[in-house]
Design a protein around this ligand. Structure first.
Ligand SMILES: Cc1cc2nc3c(=O)[nH]c(=O)nc-3n(C[C@H](O)[C@H](O)[C@H](O)COP(=O)(O)OP(=O)(O)OC[C@H]3O[C@@H](n4cnc5c(N)ncnc54)[C@H](O)[C@@H]3O)c2cc1C
Length: 261
């Protein structure tokens, strides 16, 4: 379907991304306080201060801790809490589903593909949006021909469960060859795979469904533990769940709550 060319043009992130936005406007103010590559494996709040311990035994302490790891990381018990998180909170955490997620960007010598191709029955596919091939250079003024693949949940699993990126790109090219009579392998130049399910500290895409009332589940998780442990992140934004701006708003709301307590 090449209808999009007629009325839509990329205007916001032509040569930038959300990542660049944060690097430019947020990070410079807090760069000296960010500690990267430091996964926390233990959170102990049995004493006055909260003690956070990394996998290799380095400790950090704080009066209060705001946890913003992906919901799947909390579900997989990668972080050990002392005392354990209340059962109601763990039940709420476990009632959110976060499926597989991936993106691929493939450069071709020529544009033989449609502006956007959504797999499935039209209305169902548009509302669930779980597998989309799209022209990633769409009206960005680029000379390059880059096809994007965005996929989440079951449709993504077909790719994310493969052993490595080579197998993923082979599966994508084979599917495109079937759709476009062999043109994908004929015009292929380069690719980047982003397999979010395979990222050890992400484990998938984003919160997708709630087994129960979303507002009740979110409210239960947002309840601080002993006024020391707090949670935020995309899954806990009621208005903009599953987005970058939702994650930011959630973090800001909880930070404000902590400061005003
Ligand atoms: C394929 C795909 C496409 C998307 N497209 C869009 C889009 O177009 N627009 C949009 O708004 N959103 C999009 N999203 C969703 C968006 O990326 C997320 O909603 C957002 O990044 C969530 O932010 P967050 O801060 O809650 O969690 P994250 O960004 O996942 O950050 C959590 C952080 O916690 C860290 N962490 C995990 N475990 C530990 C630990 N034990 N110790 C210390 N740190 C830890 C992780 O390394 C990570 O840095 C997309 C997501 C995917 C997967």
């Amino acid at each position: 379907m090449n209808f999009a060319t007629n009325f839509y043009s990329e205007y916001k992130f032509k040569k930038s991304t959300w990542f660049g936005f944060f690097e430019k406007y947020m990070v410079p103010h807090i760069a000296d306080r960010i500690v990267l590559n430091t996964p926390i494996s233990e959170i102990d709040q049995s004493e006055n201060q909260v003690i956070l311990t990394t996998g290799n035994g380095v400790e950090y302490s704080a009066d209060k801790v705001l946890i913003t790891v992906p919901i799947k990381v909390l579900q997989s018990n990668m972080i050990n809490f002392t005392p354990s998180l209340p059962t109601a909170k763990m039940d709420a955490i476990n009632s959110i589903s976060m499926g597989a997620g991936m993106k691929a960007f493939i450069e071709f010598e020529k544009k033989f593909y449609a502006d956007i191709t959504i797999e499935g029955k039209l209305f169902e596919a548009i509302s669930t949006d779980d597998k989309v091939y799209y022209d990633a250079a769409f009206r960005k003024g680029s000379e390059m021909n880059v096809l994007g693949l965005f996929s989440i949940n079951e449709k993504a699993e077909r790719f994310t469960s493969l052993e490595n990126d080579e197998q993923i790109i082979a599966a994508i090219i084979s599917e495109l060859d079937e759709m476009y009579s062999g043109q994908a392998s004929q015009h292929y130049k380069n690719h980047i795979i982003q397999n979010w399910s395979n990222e050890p500290y992400i484990l998938g895409s984003y919160s997708y469904d709630f087994n129960g009332s979303q507002s009740q589940i979110v409210e239960t998780i947002l309840q601080p533990v002993d006024n020391k442990i707090y949670f935020a992140g995309e899954a806990l934004s009621i208005d903009s769940q599953a987005t970058v701006h939702g994650a930011c708003a959630s973090g800001m709301d909880v930070a404000e709550m902590i400061i005003n307590q």
